[in-house]
Design a protein around this ligand. Structure first.
Ligand code: IMP
Length: 176
C-alpha cells in the first residue's frame, strides 16, 4: 500500500486555530440549550475527532451516538448516492439533538439525514459542522453552529480523508 503523499499538503487551518474555535462553539452550544441532555450524533467517519473535541468543550450532560452514512466514493467527487450504513442505538423522541458533521459540501448528506431523524420526533434538531463549503451547495441547508467557512478546495486532516488517508493529521490541509 503506497504511503499518502505529504508533500502535496498546504495547511489551511492549524490545530491551534481549530482548538480555539471549538472552545467557542462549545460555549455557544452550552449557553443556547435549556437544562437536560443534548444528544450529539456524529456522522461517521469524518466527524469523530471534531465530535471528541466538541463534547469536551460542552460542560453539561451530553450523550454521544454515531450514525453511518455513505455519500462519497473513494475519490474527491460525490457518487450522488446517500445510504444509511449504521443506525444509532438510542430513541430520539422528545430529545434535543445536534447532528455533528465534519464538512457540509453539497448538503445532500445532511438533508437526507435530517429528514430521516425528524421522523423519530426529537424535540429539536440542529447541525454543528466544523467546516462549511457553501460554494458547492445543492440543497438549501445551513449548519446552526459552524466552525469555519472554507473555499472550494478539497481538504483533509482532523478526521477528514482523501480515499481513507490523512485522517490523523492534526491540522486541516488542502490537497494540491
Ligand atoms: P455533501 O453531501 O456533499 O454535503 O457531502 C458531505 C460529505 O462529503 C462530508 O461529510 C465529507 O465526508 C465529504 N466531503 C465533502 N467535501 C470534502 C472535503 O473537502 N474533504 C473531505 N471530505 C469531503
Amino acid at each position: 500500500m503506497p504511503e499518502p503523499d505529504q508533500s502535496k499538503l498546504r495547511v489551511l487551518l492549524s490545530a491551534a486555530m481549530i482548538h480555539e474555535r471549538i472552545q467557542a462553539l462549545g460555549a455557544e452550544i452550552h449557553a443556547a440549550y435549556p437544562e437536560g441532555p443534548i444528544y450529539m450524533i456524529g456522522i461517521l467517519k469524518g466527524s469523530w475527532i471534531f465530535l471528541a473535541d466538541l463534547v469536551r468543550a460542552i460542560p453539561r450532560h451530553v450523550r454521544v451516538e454515531f450514525i453511518g452514512i455513505s455519500s462519497y466514493g473513494k475519490g474527491k467527487t460525490s457518487s450522488g448516492e446517500v445510504r444509511l450504513t449504521k443506525d444509532i442505538d438510542a430513541s430520539l423522541e422528545g430529545k434535543d439533538v445536534i447532528v455533528v458533521e465534519d464538512i457540509v459540501d453539497t448538503g445532500v448528506t445532511l438533508t437526507y439525514l435530517i429528514q430521516l431523524l425528524q421522523q423519530r420526533r426529537p424535540r429539536s434538531i440542529k447541525v454543528a459542522a466544523l467546516l462549511d463549503k457553501p460554494s458547492r451547495r445543492l440543497r438549501p441547508i445551513q449548519p446552526n453552529y459552524c466552525g469555519f467557512t472554507v473555499p472550494d478546495e478539497f481538504v483533509v486532516g482532523y478526521g477528514l480523508d482523501f480515499a481513507e488517508d490523512y485522517r490523523n493529521l492534526p491540522d486541516i490541509c488542502v490537497v494540491e
